[in-house]
Ligand binder design. Structure first.
Ligand code: HEC
Ligand code: HEC
Length: 355
């Protein structure tokens, strides 16, 4: 797009901002610049949207909750996806772990500098306790966002902070003591605005220099790209064929793995387990642990000895199911054939052996 048009767009944008401001101020819509279009947002509508809590605690609602109360909420509403100790189940990234008492002293998480450290947990990265509060309040639990009261958010956050050994077992987190917790956040000093991606520049310590040190090659450039990291062998078959699961357009494509993987190491899993992986079942089901859906061990326990269990379960897998195990539904698994579904169900009912 050419420069002059950009200029015009900006001027129109500025006009719109002025127009919106005056619209909100106007009492009678008919006199606004766009008569009959829309209406000013009400105070309550704005309040429902305007829930952000800033790192300096602006926007933090009054409230309190204890570690103990938080544990109950965690077990009922968070552990199924994030693990009993925030270590996560096999699908979601871990929230807790990787921080130490020394990090709480220094304000920098030492494991973040280790390339051999296997995971970066949320608690390792989060510099601001207020951001955790904000995120949980607006987005979690994933299946029921905004269903927690403010006190419940305080409680569940207190429990997470306790898991990370930032606060003691008998702690009550509240708006009044968030600042003392902030002073103990393991990665509180691990954040910087001194890089060119921070907008605006003008902040103390900020810089307009790029935070990478490469020089753009403009002529005679090397034609070959060296790939510096690959999916390790043991992880290749873990989630079926990644190529078939990723979007086929745009820059993100999965590599071929699972049963279709020419480079895969010998996978000793029974065929039914491989089928379940390829069909994407393992994204929501664990063999021994509840993920989004029930564990296969629990399914086997529930239907042991039931006469028509295979037909029933194959039907529910292919048509979708809800209400048997909780309030999350299983979408219809239309891509799995009747024969494959039968094989998987027979294997589940046999106790879902991994070898
Ligand atoms: C049904 C699964 C599910 C449940 C239940 C759930 N979460 Fe999550 N949680 C997720 C997913 C998925 C993400 C990542 C979302 C994203 O990146 O958009 C996430 C992200 C988070 C994050 C941010 C992680 C990060 O580093 O960005 C926090 C904190 C969190 N959840 C806390 C909670 C708490 C507290 C509860 C219980 C009140 C809860 N979650 C319940 C699935 C779940
Ligand atoms: C998007 C997540 C998701 C996927 C993918 C998924 N399931 Fe489920 N599954 C669930 C949920 C949630 C339930 C519990 C539904 C309920 O409460 O009735 C469930 C229930 C089940 C049950 C128990 C049904 C009952 O009536 O007791 C079986 C067996 C099962 N799934 C097998 C599979 C198989 C095999 C696949 C792959 C072909 C699969 N699931 C894929 C989420 C999933």
């Amino acid at each position: 797009m050419s420069r002059p048009r950009d200029g015009v767009r900006h001027r129109i944008g500025a006009l719109l901002v002025v127009a919106c401001a005056s619209l909100a101020a106007a009492t009678a819509l008919a006199t606004g610049p766009f008569p009959g279009i829309g209406r000013p947002a009400t105070e309550r509508e704005i309040a429902a949207w305007d829930i952000d809590v800033r790192p300096d605690f602006l926007g933090l609602p009054k409230g309190a909750g204890t570690v103990e109360q938080g544990q109950e909420i965690w077990e009922a509403k968070c552990a199924s996806c994030h693990g009993t100790f925030g270590e996560s189940n096999q699908v979601f990234t871990p929230l807790i772990g990787g921080t130490t008492a020394a990090d709480i002293e220094t304000g920098r998480v030492a494991n973040l500098r280790r390339v051999d450290y296997p995971q970066r947990t949320t608690m390792m990265k989060a510099p601001y306790v207020a951001t955790l509060f904000d995120y949980i309040r607006r987005a979690m639990p994933w299946n029921e966002p905004k269903s927690l009261s403010d006190d419940e958010v305080y409680a569940v956050l207190a429990f997470m902070l306790n898991l990370a050994e930032i606060v003691p077992d008998d702690f009550e987190l509240s708006d009044a003591n968030m600042a003392t917790v902030q002073a103990r956040m393991p990665n509180r000093d691990g954040v910087t605005t001194a890089h060119a991606m921070w907008p605006g520049g003008g902040l103390p310590g900020s810089s307009s220099a790029p935070d990478v040190g490469g020089t753009a090659c403009m002529s005679d450039c090397a034609g070959e790209v060296a790939i510096a990291s690959v999916l390790p062998d043991y992880a290749r078959p873990a989630h079926g064929n990644l190529a078939a699961q990723h979007r086929r357009i745009g820059p993100v494509r999965g590599i071929v793995t699972g049963d279709d993987d020419p480079d895969a190491i010998d996978d000793p899993s029974p065929p039914a387990l491989k089928r379940a992986r390829d069909a994407g079942c393992m994204a929501c089901h664990g063999i021994a642990n509840k993920v989004v859906g029930p564990s296969y061990a629990d399914v086997a326990r529930r239907y042991r000895g039931a006469a028509d269990a295979v037909d029933q379960l194959v039907g529910r897998i292919r048509n979708g199911a809800e209400g048997v195990w909780g309030n999350l539904a299983m979408p219809a698994q239309e891509d799995v054939s009747d024969a494959d579904a039968r094989e998987i169900v027979a294997w589940i009912l046999a106790g879902a052996p991994e070898r």
